[in-house]
Design a binder for this molecule. Structure first.
Ligand code: SAM
Ligand code: SF4
Length: 348
């Protein structure tokens, strides 16, 4: 019997599904859902070592996550990304993924994907492929096992590599995500590009974002990607390309390797004007913008009735408040995080 048997098929809403358009005429077509705030790593820029996680009772059940994500799909969301915390450490997460794959099968979703640290990927790769997952983002900030252990506080790079190979073998395309960190991986980035492209993977570099207290000063690690790009341009020929994955990255082709390199630059380049996405936390809080505090509780609406009318009303009301953009800043005078929640709450 497949693990999907654990999930009861939710009732789909009966009312007509108008697309979600925000006040700046941006259609909302991309939903990221954090399925857990827990993680088996403690990356230093993401979490404090002694992170306190939410009590299990506060989390949406897998059935509730399915109902919520499916309500967004009805309203025009075409891409769904599960994230966390580490999505693959949530108990029974495969039953959720299998259930959501019905939207891929019936053409309502263009993409069902995950952002993962890769630690559990070797176990789940084949099943993910069976569920219609065609691409995965795997986060790796260094290719040096000792540095990997240090940045994740205890992660095993070998396991992540096994996971990547298993996913590739299952036919899943991998995009690597690396957070650019001063005095950590700055000198390694050219090698990471050559390695990723040699293995047939895109690589995207991310600037550190000031999300949540992490017990250290982020300015020490902040590395603007404008500088990284200048340095890379001295070594490689970088050609701007129009390639888009529906996310915020801007891509170049590295002519020497023939591979794609993405830059996610929330701090040096404001990417908000084309924002098509919203995020839901594992407690059912909808954040209309990663860089703003304003949020809407959807858990109350989910639990208030079995039908989805209240849920749709709460979603519409929230989207009508989606702000134009974020106000991130990292400098020596702004030491407090721009927003107090951690990335592991809203997911990357
Ligand atoms: N655990 C999974 C992983 O690491 O891929 C998914 C969740 S993680 C929060 C998603 C992405 O956010 C990762 O690529 C991670 O490197 C990135 N991230 C975490 N904290 C960040 C921060 N403060 N600034 C920028 N990126 C961050
Ligand atoms: Fe875990 Fe991902 Fe955060 Fe690292 S970045 S601590 S793997 S949630």
């Amino acid at each position: 019997m497949s693990s999907a048997a654990h999930i009861k098929m939710p009732l789909e809403a009966k009312r007509p599904a108008a697309p979600l358009i925000d006040p700046f005429a941006r259609p909302i077509t991309y939903l990221r859902v954090s399925v857990t705030d827990r993680c088996d790593f403690r990356c230093v820029y993401c979490m404090a070592e002694d992170m306190e996680f939410l009590p299990k009772r506060d989390l949406l059940t897998l059935e509730e996550i399915d109902r919520l994500a499916s309500a967004f799909v009805e309203r025009g969301v075409r891409r769904l990304r599960l994230t966390g915390g580490e999505p693959l450490v949530r108990k029974n997460v495969m039953s959720l993924i299998r259930s959501l794959s019905r939207h891929i099968d019936n053409g309502a979703l263009d993409e069902l994907t995950l952002t993962t640290n890769g630690s559990q990927l070797a176990r789940f790769a084949d099943e993910l492929a069976e569920c219609g997952v065609r691409r995965l983002n795997v986060s790796i900030d260094t290719l040096d096992p000792d540095k990997f252990r240090a940045i994740t506080r205890w992660g095993d790079l070998g396991k992540v590599m096994d996971g990547i190979r298993a996913a590739q073998k299952a036919g899943i395309a991998i995009k690597l995500n690396a957070v650019a960190l001063r005095n950590f991986n700055e000198g390694e980035i050219p090698f990471m590009i050559e390695w990723a492209h040699g293995e047939g993977m895109d690589l995207t570099l991310i600037e550190t974002m000031p999300l949540g207290e992490i017990g250290e000063d982020r300015t020490d690690r902040y590395l603007p990607l404008s500088k990284v790009r200048r340095d890379l341009a001295a070594r490689f020929t970088l050609t701007d390309i129009s390639y888009q994955t529906g996310g915020p990255a801007r891509y170049v082709r590295v002519e020497e390797t023939g591979g794609r390199l993405g830059f996610i630059t929330p701090l040096t380049h404001n990417f908000c004007e084309s924002c098509n996405r919203v995020r839901v936390t594992c407690t059912g809080t909808l954040f209309m913008c990663l860089g703003q505090e304003d949020a809407a509780d959807l858990r109350g609406a989910l639990r208030a009735s079995e039908g989805n009318d209240l849920l749709h009303t709460a979603i519409e009301e929230a989207i009508s408040r989606k702000p134009k953009g974020h106000d991130f800043v990292i400098d020596r005078t702004t030491r407090a995080p721009a927003v107090s929640r951690h990335m592991s709450m809203t997911g990357g």
